[in-house]
Design a protein around this ligand. Structure first.
Ligand code: AMP
Ligand code: MG
Length: 313
């Protein structure tokens, strides 16, 4: 569905308009000091699904949420002295912290990909800061490029890849860092999950100790954890009918325990996917059957996640 992508400038009015678009559930690209991010309201599952749709991402990785300051970060990630030291030293700046998720903080489960942790960053730059303050909420934002293409460092790069697919881009000129954020995991001993704009040595100096490296086998690609939310129940995919004793996850008009989308809408299915899997897993029984999901559009990412959830372990 092609839409008109507005090319917004950097006036206060442009920023306010971008914040209104985020509030309305639209995707807006904005400059940070690292690269241009494709932002959406992190509390709105449909808005987050629209990020995946615009990028054509074939899989659901957890997304980094962007907030205006460390105080706002504490509403979503469980805070610690280590988090405070790193925030003091590097925020605003190109460092993302993975923290234990604050329960019931209101984030869409598509943002965390169902994990009990959340990655948070406070970006620098007047436009990013202005947008986050004006919006006054968490903004989920991966890089604003089609999946598999290089990250955009100008509004022109964003428009070249995503015109017609997103509501607007805020144009703040070229990004200063051009490298993605360094990701440090604090759910356990401090671990370097991805190298990026803040050098490892600088972080270690603040910590006064070396960062751990991710355990081999935990990482499939730089910046991508293979550890993912997996239900305890055994999962049967592409079920054309239900068997006795199964907890059932439907798609489209059918009898089932929970339905990803009664109307067969893939954006709605993506927004509900992790919540419904958690909810079914919590119910009595050890088998979940899932109706066929079309492979088109967001269906590819939904099926990718379901296949991983169904894989033997
Ligand atoms: P980006 O593509 O720059 O938005 O970075 C996203 C990456 O951040 C993911 O692929 C993960 O490596 C990491 N990440 C985000 N959220 C989490 C999380 N909750 N737990 C662990 N890693 C995360
Ligand atoms: Mg990217």
């Amino acid at each position: 569905m092609a839409k008109v992508t507005q090319h917004l400038g950097f006036s206060a009015q442009d920023v306010a308009q971008a914040a209104d678009l985020l509030r309305a559930g639209d995707c807006v690209a904005f400059p940070t000091e690292t690269v241009y991010g494709l932002g959406a309201d992190a509390r709105n599952g449909l808005a987050v699904a629209a990020i995946y749709e615009a990028k054509g991402r074939p899989s659901f990785n957890p997304l980094i949420i962007h907030v205006a300051d460390a105080n706002s970060a504490r509403a979503f990630g469980q805070w610690s002295d280590t988090a405070q030291s790193l925030a003091d030293a590097f925020w605003p700046g190109p460092l993302s912290l993975v923290l234990p998720l604050v329960p019931n903080a209101g984030l869409s489960e598509l943002v965390t990909a169902g994990l009990p942790s959340v990655a948070i960053r406070v970006p620098a730059g007047d436009l990013a800061q202005g947008l986050l303050r004006s919006f006054d909420g968490p903004v989920a934002a991966p890089s604003a490029n089609p999946s598999g293409k290089i990250s955009p460092t100008t509004a022109e790069h964003v428009l070249a890849g995503l015109t017609g697919k997103i509501a607007a881009v805020l144009d703040g000129g070229a990004c200063a860092v051009g490298l993605e954020s360094t990701i440090v995991g604090l759910t356990d001993a401090p671990t370097l999950l991805r190298a990026g704009g803040v050098p490892r040595e600088a972080i270690e100096e603040v910590l006064g100790a070396p960062l751990h490296d991710p355990i081999a086998g935990d990482i499939t690609a730089p910046g991508q954890l293979s550890s993912h939310y997996a239900p305890n129940a055994h999962i049967r995919l592409n079920a054309s009918s239900w068997e006795a004793g199964e907890k059932t996850l439907g798609f489209g008009q059918m009898e089932c325990d929970l339905n990803l989308s009664e109307s067969g809408d893939l954006s709605q299915a993506a927004a509900r996917l992790f919540g419904h899997l958690h909810a079914l897993d919590a119910r009595e029984g050890d088998r979940i059957a899932v109706a066929p999901i079309p492979e088109a559009g967001l269906g590819a990412a939904i099926n990718d996640r379901l296949r991983r959830a169904a894989a033997p372990r």
